[in-house]
Design a protein around this ligand. Structure first.
Ligand SMILES: *[C@@H]1O[C@H](CO)[C@@H](O)[C@H](O)[C@H]1NC(C)=O
Ligand SMILES: *[C@@H]1O[C@H](CO)[C@@H](O)[C@H](O)[C@H]1NC(C)=O
Ligand SMILES: *[C@@H]1O[C@H](CO)[C@@H](O)[C@H](O)[C@H]1NC(C)=O
Length: 407
């Protein structure tokens, strides 16, 4: 496979030098990510939604025959991070969930897959069960267009014949580690499916197997303020330098974008170095139960029944200290403002308008489980995030929003 592909690349290069000026653009490309909070059915219990996803993550080892179980639950698509992806020629545009916690790319949940001259039916049945959603169908090979002009030839994608739990989205763009596609092809359970990042790299479109992600804190329920960069990092999205840390060796965090980190509240350590993950599809920040108990007592927060979050008074808010994430040799501080849910969005999560809710929650198991924290979206709104697949490492950097007081 690989030598043939390389040969093709060489022929293509030779042709392009000899003939028309075909340019191979291998500088990083950034695509917009939209966040949508679906509150059409009234307030959403984001905590409950996150928990379903976390349970699925932890259970990932127990995949059943004939389709992976675990990874991303996408319940009612109440909070989604979407990217527009063109498939086929002429291309049909699909709205796909950007998911760092799974790696199959598939379409057909809402907008049906439109076959064009570039569609190739492989006849291979594929199935993924995501905690509280699923799809099954057939694997196709097709051309994918990301943004304007970033084209992937011969990308393997799932075409759903049935799916559950996906409303108003067309499927998933899976940008997690490729091994998460293992056990998804029914007839070839140990075969993995190259991800879009793998193909962009092997086709020479990007020169590094690197994905960068940026978000900004927001007080709107629907906003396009995220960026997904393939092939490098987008220097306009962060300040200072990126600190890298290796993917953790601790299972099951090691199968995702997992890292080791410790946490201190002010100068007090509340969680010793342990393994967990970074995830765009989890809304809040989750920490091991023992660490959470220390955080709760240090902040004085009381569990709020309506939202499930910790409620604090305005004087407790004024006394909040930084929550410091020690990752590799760097420290990333969530300021007091970064630790609270945006007050203007309180009603959407079932809270009362002037209340102050902390967005750090309990993962539900004590330290040492191998899955002791999730640095979710509310963390990633404050720090730029890089996944470097070739070097099995994850990086973070401060942004101009790290210290913002948006919330
Ligand atoms: C929001 O979710 C409901 C189901 O809870 C669904 O019927 C509706 O189509 C969704 N709307 C959007 C814009 O996602
Ligand atoms: C793939 O899944 C099979 C079980 O179906 C397992 O034996 C194998 O170790 C897995 N390989 C990877 C790379 O995860
Ligand atoms: C992470 O922590 C585990 C458990 O303490 C340790 O074995 C491992 O060497 C650490 N580093 C990495 C990169 O996994």
């Amino acid at each position: 496979m690989f030598p043939a592909a390389s040969l093709l690349t060489i022929i293509f290069l030779a042709l392009s030098i000899a003939g028309s000026p075909v340019e191979i653009d291998n500088s990083p490309i950034t695509l917009p990510i939209a966040r949508r909070l679906n509150v059409s059915d009234g307030p959403i219990n984001l905590l409950q939604q996150d928990k379903a996803r976390l349970t699925a993550f932890k259970d990932n080892s127990f995949s059943t025959q004939g389709g992976r179980t675990g990874s991303t639950p996408v319940t009612n698509a109440a909070v989604t991070y979407l990217i527009e992806v063109g498939i086929g020629s002429p291309a049909t545009t699909y709205n796909l969930i950007v998911d760092t916690g799974s790696s199959n790319t598939w379409v057909g949940a809402n907008t049906k897959y439109v076959k064009t001259k570039t569609s190739v039916d492989t006849g291979e049945p594929v199935a993924v069960t995501y905690g509280s959603g699923s799809f099954s169908g057939t694997e196709y090979i097709d051309t994918i267009t990301l943004g304007s002009g970033l084209t992937i030839a011969a990308q393997s994608i799932g075409v759903a014949s049935t799916s559950t739990g996906f409303t108003d989205v067309d499927g998933i763009l899976g940008i997690g580690p490729v091994d998460l596609t293992n056990d998804t092809l029914i007839n070839e359970p140990t075969k993995t499916i190259p991800t879009v990042t793998d193909n962009l790299y092997s086709q020479g479109t990007i020169s590094q197997k690197v994905v960068g992600i940026s978000f900004e804190p927001t007080t709107s329920k629907t906003v396009t303020n995220g960026g997904l960069t393939f092939g490098g990092t987008d220097a306009t999205k962060y300040t200072g330098s990126i600190g890298y840390t290796p993917i953790t060796t601790t299972y099951p965090s090691s199968t995702y974008w997992g890292i080791n980190q410790s946490i201190s509240y002010g100068s007090t350590t509340i969680m010793s170095s342990t393994a967990g993950i970074v995830d765009t599809g989890t809304t809040f920040v989750y920490i091991a139960s023992d660490a959470y108990a220390k955080y709760q007592s240090a902040t004085g927060g009381t569990p709020d029944t309506a939202t499930g979050l910790l409620l604090i008074s305005s004087s407790q808010y004024k006394a909040l200290k930084n929550l410091n994430f020690h990752i590799g040799s760097e420290t990333y501080a969530l300021t007091p403002n970064a630790q609270i849910w945006p007050r203007s969005l309180n009603s959407y999560v079932g809270g009362s308008s002037n209340a102050i809710y902390l967005m750090v929650s309990d993962i539900g198991t004590p330290s040492g489980s191998g899955f002791d924290f999730v640095n979710g979206y509310t963390f990633l709104e404050r720090f730029y995030f890089v996944f470097d697949a070739a070097n099995s490492r994850v990086g973070f950097a401060e942004t101009s929003y790290t210290g913002a007081t948006t919330n």
